[in-house]
Design a protein. Structure first.
Length: 147
């Protein structure tokens, strides 16, 4: 079961990417993340990186970066008994590169994953909307130099 949201951001993709890869700072701009802990020793986020993300109303989960394209985005993957979750964070140029089209998505798979996704569909949709709004606000502030 997949949930997705796309939003236009008045900032170039490299600004969006810079905000997204500062994973420890996510709680500053989205109410859907309480904390992010790097489990891989820190350094720049990269393919194979590991995170522990705590969110309200959701059990803490460990995530691994399974796709990473500098300046564009990344995919996180989490596994638990009977379920897998994939979270995508991607930005592409819009309006000649001065703006971005950002797509955030989460996909639940496996028997329990599909059930969890269906039961929590309202929460998933709200979280994606809140994350997109917070990301848009943070990126536009950074692009204007007001962050």
């Amino acid at each position: 079961m997949q949930f997705s949201i796309t939003t236009e951001v008045d900032a170039p993709p490299e600004v969006v990417f810079a905000v997204l890869v500062e994973v420890e700072r996510w709680p500053e701009w989205t109410p859907t993340v309480t904390s992010v802990e790097r489990l891989d020793g820190g350094g720049p986020l990269a393919l194979g990186g590991r995170l522990r993300i705590v969110q309200p109303k959701v059990p803490p989960a460990e995530w691994t970066v399974t796709a990473f394209e500098p300046g564009r985005g990344f995919r996180l993957f989490s596994r638990s008994p009977g379920a897998t979750v994939e979270a995508n964070h991607w930005a592409e140029p819009a309006a000649g590169g001065s703006r971005s089209r950002v797509t955030l998505s989460v996909t639940f798979a496996g028997f329990l994953g599909r059930v969890i996704g269906w039961v929590m569909r309202g929460l998933n949709e709200r979280y994606l909307a809140d994350e997109a709004a917070g990301l848009k606000r943070r990126c536009e502030e950074r692009a204007r130099g007001t962050e």
